[in-house]
Design a protein around this ligand. Structure first.
Ligand SMILES: Nc1ncnc2c1ncn2[C@@H]1O[C@H](COP(=O)(O)OP(=O)(O)OP(=O)(O)O)[C@@H](O)[C@H]1O
Ligand SMILES: [Mg+2]
Length: 259
């Protein structure tokens, strides 16, 4: 078996006295999208922060391409190829698009920065048109693309994204999710936390349901969408009518009572 790109084992972490993660495990491979979903307060953001060294792990381990990087500082992780895009405050609003990307490129050797910046503008033509605009003047969707491009310009192997679709219009959500597929095709591993659980699971290679700081379910994303336990407890019930029961007493056109 090849070494996974990211291997999180029994990670425990929290804030002050409060333990939030009680031993969470997950694996991500190159050229894979992993979606982490679960109720509010489940610890999804804390998990990404603990992986990226923003919250100190109390137990367990994080391995990046086989190297133990548990509790390593974010800037060092970035140099090792782990990128993180937080849910908010992920661009410098008073700087231009090009300046934001330049800052992202600073971890690269000086001679390689310009080429990488141009590669990003090719990958994000929408941003190329707006390279001299301040990031703060862009729409929410465009700003999200700046944040993605700023992380990508550092040439990560792994990208951690907290709620990439939050606060975006349906059109902008499509745009961002399409970009994630392109990013995966570049050979990068993507681990994202998403409120938009159905959309995220539908396009993910692997999905994890986190509940109260523990792994609740995992499997191929689309398979989780078909798992009645996941649908019932975490996705707000089935979209389709419940499959017909043997009872004939339910009048047609009425749903059986929900538990
Ligand atoms: N900086 C902090 N200090 C103290 N407690 C925190 C801090 N950040 C989060 N928590 C607590 O940790 C728990 C998990 O929070 P976390 O943000 O990881 O959940 P989440 O799954 O990302 O939720 P959401 O879906 O609302 O984003 C919550 O009970 C939250 O109140
Ligand atoms: Mg969160």
């Amino acid at each position: 078996m090849t070494t996974p790109l990211l291997e999180v084992a029994d990670l425990a972490a929290g804030y002050d006295d409060a333990l939030v993660l009680h031993g969470v495990s997950l694996t991500a491979a190159r050229e894979q999208i992993v979606a982490i979903v679960g109720p509010n307060g489940a610890g999804k953001s804390t998990l990404l922060k603990a992986i990226y060294g923003l919250v100190r792990p109390r137990a367990g381990s994080v391995r990046l391409a086989g190297v133990d990087v548990t509790g390593e500082r974010p800037d060092r992780l970035t140099r090792r190829g782990m990128g993180f895009v937080p849910q908010i405050d992920n661009v410098f609003p008073t700087l231009t698009v090009a300046e934001n990307l330049h800052i992202g490129s600073l971890v690269l050797p000086r001679a390689e920065r310009q080429a990488e910046l141009e590669r990003m503008l090719e990958l994000f033509p929408l941003l190329a048109e707006r390279r001299r605009q301040r990031a703060g003047s862009l729409s929410g969707g465009q700003r999200k693309l700046v944040a993605l491009a700023r992380a990508l310009v550092a040439r990560p192997q792994l990208l951690l994204l907290d709620e990439p679709s939050a606060g975006l219009s349906p059109l902008a959500i499509d745009l961002v999710f399409e970009k994630l597929l392109e990013i995966r095709a570049l050979g990068i591993g993507v681990v994202m936390v998403e409120q938009n659980a159905r959309r995220a699971l539908a396009l993910s290679d692997t999905g994890y349901v986190l509940d109260m700081g523990r792994n609740a379910h995992s499997g191929p994303g689309p398979a989780l969408l078909d798992d009645p336990r996941v649908v019932e407890l975490y996705l707000g019930g089935s979209r389709r009518t419940a499959s017909s029961s043997t009872s004939t007493s339910t009048p047609s056109g009425m749903n059986p009572p929900t538990k």
